[in-house]
Design a protein around this ligand. Sequence first.
Ligand code: M6R
Length: 609
Amino acid sequence: MCGIIGILGKHEAAPILVEALKRLEYRGYDSSGIATVKDDGSLDRRRAVGKLVELQDKLVFEPLKGKAGIGHTRWATHGEPNEKNAHPHTRGAVSVVHNGIIENFLTLREELKCEGYKAVTDTDSETIAILCSKFIDEGDEPLVAARKTLLKLSGSFAIAMLFEGQKNLIFAARSGSPLAVGYGKNEIYLGSDALALLPLTKKVAYLEEGDHAVLTREGAEIYDIKGNSVSRQITYLNQSINFHDKSGFSHFMEKEIHEQPIALERAISSYLSDSTGKPTFNLLKKINFTEVSRIILVACGTAYYACYVAKYWIEKLAKIPVEIDIASEFRYREPPIEHATVAIFVSQSGETADTLAALRYCSGRAEKIISIVNVSTSSIARESDEVLEIHAGPEIGVASTKAFTCQLAVLLLATLKAAKDRAEISSTDISKTVNNLKNLPAILNQYLGNVNSLKDISYKLSTTSDVLFLGRGLMYPLALEGALKLKEISYIHAEGYASGELKHGPIALIDDSVPVIILAPYDNLFEKSISNMQEVIARKANVIVISDNDGLREAGLKSETSIEMPKADPLLAPLIYALPIQLLAYFTAVFKGTDVDQPRNLAKSVTVE
Ligand code: M6R
């Protein structure tokens, strides 16, 4: 989604801004732009539609001078992606970049129009520039004007502003969308994503909700929502991220799929030790699950499907009722939350606006707020009572892969800890599951060494327009995830269904043109899955079954195509079957020639509701 960069530096800002914007590319965008205060104090800007290379080309022919600048990658919300709507928006003495949504922009726009300040774009963001420049026209100093502007805005935003004649000033504000200040030597930076600042500085401070900041090369003055001067903790980034290094793979998604064994090993060993021969769970130590009457799991997209798997695990193993919900639905249905409830929020980025809003709804209502995130400095992490980092490492591809399996691993360990607290699981079963989990990275590594056979199936998928995924029990959420993965990167329509639900409607869709992918590990539901498979074969569907070999042979059945899976503990099947569904989506998208890592219309981190 949109990205913000700001710099008050010693060198020409434009090339540094463009490089920094490249590090935000993975978040998804459709246009970009930069503005600077030139040496004569005037504001200037360049904007372009499409990839950053378009902006770079423009800068070759029309260079932009100045050592103070702001930059933006825009993911369109209000107004189509064209140059007119691209940021920065400049009006009078003000240039603005904005992430988020100004919810009262229509009212403000009408008021401003009546005062003679007409909008020229279709965006909500332009209103900020018009409002601030109006206050300056009325005689306010830039900082006074900027603060007055903030008071008029409602909605969620992160803002950076430059002012005419001010070569050593950036005004920044955070309300709902993240912003970090980066400290250099006689230079200062601003970023909506601290990682984008990494090559410039490792020293950052995150603005908190309602903060605004006045940046100069000498430092940053930060003010809280009441206008009090505050200091925010300095964090030293220890992560390194290379946005160019695909380690020989064609796409980040492919690289991240192959990173799963090592990422899982990291995630598992962070929360598990067994030096005494008995497994110890090093997570959620302050929670005694005998006192917990309900668990709520909330997330979006792939993270939501991880929650779905966890519901099956927790209810079966720890015998605690679990409610799961999509974050965008959760908050507005105003669910009652009794005190002995633990609320868990799962998010790779830790910045998803809906998930953050759901967390805030539960704060003060639930007994404990836990987050499971990949970014430990994220907003969701910072507002939680306890943070479980998934240790997947930076995920650049828009399609979530290694974050999903690492989320599952952490959720399974949390389940085992809860089941142990409640004495619902024997120590033998704990040891067995823990051993199986520890062996999993090796099993996945071996599996990933031989995935070429998936290419033929993917080629056929790439020529179809509709695909169904079916699964039962733990495989139902995987069917949903398989469909999401395929549609988001290959643009092929796909749906996931519980196999048993097929007869209640979706079976009407089946004919010989619709591939049906059935996830059927050899577990207690295998025979039922095979019955459902027969139902679709009888209707001439083109069935692809993903299963372990023995199971299929024992059933005496042959589907048109089968994908052979390694034998493993059925409890862990979601962590294994995630791989073929990710790979099928990946290879299919490659055959179709879509933009795998940055699929159309999508953003990596969805920071608007
Ligand atoms: O950062 P989050 O885990 O909160 O993101 C949630 C979803 O936006 C994300 O999983 C999305 O569905 C992915 N594109 C799926 O591959």
